[in-house]
Design a protein around this ligand. Structure first.
Ligand SMILES: Cc1cc2nc3c(=O)[nH]c(=O)nc-3n(C[C@H](O)[C@H](O)[C@H](O)COP(=O)(O)O)c2cc1C
Length: 480
């Protein structure tokens, strides 16, 4: 990765950068970072996130259940000068475990307890100690530490540090950052119980809470000082790290919590003999994306998949099968469920006279493969009299007469919705990352008894998110 020295840039560019940085309240270095980040994002292929035309949800209302990991977030960790400072070293690890980038600021008093060397080795970042630091102040380093982060944590928050904060002091790096930040602040106080109970500390804490600062702890327990116990013990590093997660990564809505969802995906392999099989080109990507989105929406998801080259979606119970008959058996074992989504491309036929040994070329000519019909999983489940899921969704992959075929499939199979997609080779849907679908449901008020929604071309992740959104709305309407 090439490095970039702002000082060596063209004067006109530097002037432009300074203006932009000042306008956005950032350091020049941060401004460059933002510009590069935006440029990198723009260069990525953009997904169409436009929502389907919908009877129940507008695009702004539509929730996003795509299974994407949280963007990397930065934390500025200020370590105050208390005996619990050693625990801040463990906190660095706990924050990193949760995917945060941590930059440490160690007050002068804190350096009596922990060293910048330990903090920088554990955080993999330089540890900062001084306000008047030419190495970081050439581009307003204290402002960068205050603003180029998602959260500022103070742990331990000593009585002294909180007193300075409550009164707006800024005479060292830690307090200058705390005064200059526009990010949320999380304090983990730690001190002797008498210091915590002191009227001055009570006033300062009350003021900080009024100022919008969040506190975690202190807890009750034994103090580091021999024989002392009471309120003043710093919260454990895992508790502080979890609080940080809650503050900067708000929980996504989980409208499918408590619901069981079954999804089938991928092709099936129908054996000809022990080494050969009949298959199709289904990649399983759409079914896997739906499973991940349903899990993200809080559902208890079982994914029954034919042979595919995809990793198990996190948190999803995955059952891998080969043939249509295996798939049906696993589906039946998984019932009852609240919603069943049959996205697998199940082979319609299998070989009746499957060879028990590998078929050989013989003088007698070509082997004759006799085909018999496979069980129809969608129709079987849709027509169950007991344990029929309240919502059964089938997929129709067609290469011609898409809507006509899909409508008749809905009527024939007895399911509730059909997700129809055109899989003719020109579309690139089979194995690709995008899909154009039509959601067909029964509608007694329309002339032909169907309602058809045509969704714009979307990534399979977006289709999954939109479908799960629609399922969540329907399931909610059914139960309310
Ligand atoms: C051994 C020792 C332990 C200390 N522990 C604490 C403590 O747990 N909490 C606290 O508020 N002050 C504690 N102090 C006092 C602080 O170190 C002192 O108030 C310091 O100025 C705080 O610096 P800071 O503002 O950089 O945090 C301790 C002092 C000593 C000598």
């Amino acid at each position: 990765m090439a490095s970039l020295t702002i000082r060596k840039l063209d004067e006109a560019i530097k002037a432009e950068l300074r203006v932009r940085a000042a306008r956005n309240g950032r350091s020049v270095e941060d401004e460059v970072r933002v510009i590069l980040r935006e440029a990198a994002t723009d260069a990525l292929p953009t997904a169409t996130t436009e929502a389907p035309s919908s009877r129940s949800a507008t695009s702004s209302e539509r929730l996003d259940y795509r299974s994407k990991s949280n963007a990397i977030q930065n934390i500025t960790l200020i370590i105050g000068g208390g005996i619990a400072a050693y625990k801040a070293l463990d906190l660095i690890r706990r924050l990193k475990e949760r995917g945060f980038i941590v930059r440490c600021v160690i007050t002068h008093a804190a350096q009596q307890f922990v060293t910048p060397l330990s903090a920088s080795a554990l955080s993999n970042n330089r540890a900062y100690t001084d306000l008047f630091d030419p190495a970081s102040e050439f581009d307003a380093g204290h402002i960068r530490l205050a603003r180029d982060c998602d959260l500022v944590i103070v742990a331990p928050a000593t009585a002294d540090l909180m007193a300075k904060m409550a009164n707006g002091h800024a005479d060292d790096l830690a307090t200058a950052i705390l005064l200059a930040t526009n990010r949320p602040i999380l304090l983990a106080p730690a001190m002797n119980p008498l210091m915590w109970d002191n009227a001055a500390t009570r006033r300062n804490v009350a003021q900080l809470v009024r100022d919008g600062v969040t506190l975690i702890g202190p807890g009750t327990g034994e103090m580091a000082e021999a024989g002392e116990a009471g309120v003043g013990r710093m919260s454990e590093p895992t508790e502080i790290a979890d609080a940080a997660v809650r503050m900067v990564r708000p929980q996504r809505p989980r409208p499918l919590a408590g619901k069981r969802i079954l999804i089938t995906a991928g092709p099936t392999h129908e054996p000809i003999d022990p080494v050969r099989y009949i298959a199709n080109r289904s990649s399983g990507k759409q079914g896997f994306a739906i499973a991940a989105a349903a899990h993200a929406a809080g559902a208890d998801v079982t994914l029954i998949t034919g042979p595919v080259d995809l990793a198990d979606p996190a948190g999803v119970n995955v059952k891998r099968v080969e043939s249509a008959r295996d798939m049906l058996q696993q589906v039946e074992t998984t019932l009852p469920v609240d919603v069943a989504i049959f996205a697998a491309a199940v082979a319609d036929w299998r070989v009746a006279n499957e060879g028990s040994q590998k078929l050989k070329k013989t003088q007698g000519g070509m082997p004759q493969l006799e085909l018999v019909e496979n069980p129809d999983i969608l129709a079987t489940v849709s027509h169950l009299t007991q344990r029929r899921p309240p919502l059964v969704i089938g997929f129709a992959a067609e290469t011609e007469h898409l809507l006509d075929n899909a409508r008749s499939k809905l009527a024939r199979k007895g399911c509730d919705w059909i997700v129809a997609n055109d899989v003719s080779p020109a579309t690139g849907v089979m194995g690709g990352d995008r899909n154009t679908i039509h959601l067909i449901s029964k509608d007694d008020s329309s002339d032909d008894g169907f309602h058809v929604e045509s969704w714009p071309v979307m990534t399979k992740d977006d289709v999954a998110a939109a479908l799960v959104d629609r399922i969540a709305t329907t399931v909610k309407d059914q139960t309310s």
